[in-house]
Design a protein around this ligand. Structure first.
Ligand code: PHE
Length: 355
């Protein structure tokens, strides 16, 4: 009996090894590497120098001699299984890495594409310009930094003219006097100097006045001024042009009135009011209970202005008008504070997309 002891020991060791092979064969067959790391774990576990297969090969010494050949074949089969699995998974992982991996989850909501919007002042300026373009006015633009002559003197405001105080001016230098234009009338002068008559232009642009900033006024704002010069241009032409503008801009029901006024560069001069858009003329806080809103200044171009630009005032006459852009924009969009226009608050500006 005692002679059988070692043999039994060998057989038990061998059975144990066969059991292990069965279990691990299943594990190897069903293995699928999720990435290079898990494949490496697999290699270390089965095929590494301290791996399972190396250890089992070492245990071959416990297999009875007469079964060594048979067992060796089983071991080789097991080893091949692990090696083949390793190679095929290696290939698969590599192909997976090379293929463009899709990160797209088409069930996710799309990422927002915020679109820009036009500034309300630009919207209003474009509306004004558009109406006058339909009357064959063309757009003319000029410098915001201007000399004294184009901003004042040529417009019949010589050096000591009291009307210079009507517009508090930002001077950039005094000798020579360079300033930020206080109106876009400087463009009218520059166009008249070109002597290409008739002239039928509108001049939109930014202007500057040294005024206290409040909800109602700012130190810069925008204007659209107009100028029409030809032979036989009359005040009736001016009125018809502005009537057309008001109807197109504010609608058929809006009433218009002209009040006599004074500007050094026009004679006669007038201011034009429209019936209040909010209370329809009944009187409210916006129109200061008058029922009227002042929207522009106008008049017949002063003969001195024509002469200053080399145009014969005996032959040519013309009309001019000028309006602010912010005021009608406030009315149209129901905005109560002019400062909002220049604060660049995106929450404010976004409200005008699609307008
Ligand atoms: N230039 C004037 C202003 O800025 C407006 C105006 C233009 C008035 C043309 C009459 C004629 O206030």
């Amino acid at each position: 009996m005692a002679a059988c002891e070692p043999l039994n020991h060998y057989l038990r060791a061998m059975e144990e090894m066969l059991k292990q092979i069965n279990i691990h064969s299943e594990e190897i067959s069903s293995f699928a590497a999720s990435d290079a790391d898990s494949l490496e774990q697999f290699r270390i576990k089965f095929l590494g120098v301290k791996g399972l297969i190396k250890a089992m090969m070492g245990d071959m010494k416990n297999v009875p001699v007469d079964r060594k050949k048979e067992f060796g074949q089983i071991m080789n089969g097991f080893k091949n299984l692990a090696e083949e699995k390793y190679e095929s998974e290696k290939l698969r992982i590599r192909q997976l890495g090379a293929a463009p991996r899709s990160h797209l989850d088409s069930s996710l909501p799309g990422s927002p594409m915020p679109s820009g919007s036009r500034h309300p002042v630009t919207l209003m300026r474009n509306r004004i310009v558009d109406i006058f373009q339909r009357l064959s006015f063309t757009v003319a633009e000029g410098p915001e930094i201007e000399d004294d002559w184009h901003n004042f003197t040529a417009l019949n405001l010589d050096e000591n003219h009291p009307a210079r105080d009507m517009q508090d001016t930002f001077y950039l230098s005094t000798d020579p006097a360079i300033l930020l234009r206080t109106h876009t009338s400087n463009v009218q002068i520059r166009e008249m100097q070109k002597h290409q008559l008739p002239i039928r232009i509108i001049c939109p642009g930014r202007v500057y006045r040294n005024e206290t900033i409040s909800a109602r006024s700012h130190c810069f704002f925008h204007q659209v001024e107009g100028l029409y010069i030809d032979e036989h241009v009359s005040f009736a032409d001016l009125k018809q042009t502005l009537y057309f503008f008001v109807k197109e801009m504010f609608g058929e029901d809006v009433k218009v009135r002209f009040r006599p006024s004074y500007f050094p560069f026009t004679e006669p001069s007038a201011e034009m009011d429209i019936s209040c858009l909010l209370c329809k003329g009944d009187g409210c806080a916006v129109c200061k209970r008058t029922g009227w809103l002042e929207i522009l200044g106008c008049g017949m171009v002063h003969p001195n202005v024509l002469a200053n630009c080399g145009i014969d005032p005996e032959k040519y006459t013309g009309f001019a008008f000028g309006m602010g852009v912010e005021r009608p924009a406030l009315l149209k969009y129901g905005i109560t504070d002019i400062r909002l226009f220049s604060e660049n608050d995106v929450r404010f500006l976004q409200q005008f997309s699609g307008v």
